[in-house]
Design a protein around this ligand. Structure first.
Ligand SMILES: Cc1ncc(COP(=O)(O)O)c(C=O)c1O
Length: 407
């Protein structure tokens, strides 16, 4: 396995290219896909007003939690009748709470084209062990054939696959008069895309993604039809207290006004409020979507003029603007084993980290070896622009070092 080291030299001589170190660096080198960068200007001082050391059920605590919900509802423009709650265990908690409460009333179509969606498929087959399940799967970089999905059945899918950088191109495949429920893991999508809420019956996300807030809790949105399902269907399975949205046959209304099912982190809630106020201050949802689009544009412009790289997403309509995944297409790289590819990318990422040019941009561990750059709203598009020459430099530097070692 090649060893990588940082060169003291200002440039590297490769077989075909002299690659100088770029001069400008991103102001913020944080491009991780979760937890994601804090919003510009963030400091711990924003937590000063946190409701700490007091009961979250006292007036002030409840008010803060309700404010988190209300600001989400306003910024995202949730339709009338949709309910929104803060739930335990981040996005995973919210998705699994939805599946355990709602599935089983009718057949279900499960969609998976990257790590998390595939986990939800496993939940349904190995844990819930439902009888009538159609699994639609696609490899990293591809998406399932959405025309084969039957929305008269329940459907579980991920809007934006964080580990492959593949998003659904649209919601045209979801019928307006569907009989099933659409359960959408939108953790890397909310605040980055204009979601068609009327087509979605359950939507989940967490605070540490596009908001760049602290991880801890999940957000769960239910359409009136999802609420109706809860009120008319009792699943034939035990539900832990932490998942229960119903009490004595009735929806626990308090959960939708800040009376959380168990104790939340009020420090995380304060941080989330700060992120939401920042979103409002820059112009709301339109502005966060634009920042994400601009990040994708910065990467796309660079991909277009760079000969060794392509998007992992094969269809351009499915390229994510949040988790932007790239593959190395240089034949020299493609002939390597997957293990050697991963080692090479690790070397590139190490070079970038040592230069403080970028942190955490290796692809997900279960995805094909490549680069993943977070382009959510808290990342400044100017930083993404400044990053790209560094990725080029790291690629050529790592390649040159490998050639030197082999010589
Ligand atoms: C699409 C998707 N679903 C679920 C998760 C899990 O999220 P959490 O760690 O907030 O539970 C992630 C995390 O990156 C994700 O990208």
């Amino acid at each position: 396995m090649p060893e990588f080291f940082i060169s003291e030299k200002p440039y590297t001589l490769t077989q075909d290219k002299i690659m100088q170190k770029p001069t400008a660096k991103p102001n913020n080198p944080k491009f991780s896909s979760g937890p994601c960068a804090k919003r510009p200007g963030w400091s711990v001082n924003v937590l000063e007003d946190a409701w700490l050391g007091r009961s979250h059920r006292a007036g002030g605590g409840k008010k803060k939690l309700k404010e988190v919900i209300d600001r989400h509802v306003d910024i995202l423009g949730l339709p009338e009748g949709y309910r929104c709650a803060i739930v335990p265990a981040s996005d995973t908690g919210a998705v699994e709470m939805a599946m355990w409460n709602l599935l089983g009333a009718r057949g279900v179509d499960m969609l998976g084209w990257e790590s998390f969606g595939l986990d939800w498929c496993k939940d349904v087959t190995d844990q819930l062990k439902l009888d009538d399940v159609n699994i639609h799967k696609a490899d990293y970089g591809k998406i399932v054939d959405l025309s084969k999905v039957d929305t008269d059945r329940d459907v579980v899918f991920t809007w934006n696959g964080t580990t492959s950088g593949v998003k659904v191109p649209n919601a045209d495949w979801i019928k307006d008069d569907r009989k099933g429920l659409t359960i959408c893991d939108a953790t890397s999508a909310v605040f980055a895309y204009d979601l068609p809420w009327e087509k979605l019956d359950v939507v989940t996300w967490s605070w540490q993604k596009v908001l760049g807030s602290e991880a801890a809790h999940g957000m769960l949105v239910l359409s009136p039809r999802a609420v109706e399902r809860l009120e008319t269907f009792t699943p034939d399975r035990p539900l832990p207290k932490i998942f229960r949205l119903m009490n004595k046959g009735k929806l626990i209304d308090g959960a939708f006004v800040g009376e959380t099912l168990n104790t939340p982190s009020m420090l995380a809630a304060e941080d989330c409020l700060d992120a939401l106020k920042w979103v409002e201050s820059i112009g709301g949802l339109k502005a966060t979507i634009k920042r994400s689009d601009d990040n994708l544009k910065a990467v796309s412009d660079w991909v277009a003029k760079t000969d060794w790289v392509e998007f992992l997403a094969e269809d351009k309509d499915t390229i994510s603007s949040t988790s932007i995944c790239l593959k190395i297409t240089d034949p020299w790289f493609e002939q390597k084993s997957e293990e050697d590819r991963q080692a090479f990318v690790k070397g590139m990422v190490k070079l970038l980290e040592a230069e403080n040019a970028a942190y955490d941009i290796a692809g997900y561990r279960a995805a094909p070896a490549g680069i993943r750059i977070w382009g959510g709203a808290t990342v400044d598009p100017a930083d993404t622009q400044a990053l790209m020459p560094w990725v080029d430099w790291a690629y050529n530097e790592a390649k040159a070092q490998e050639a030197k070692q082999a010589a």
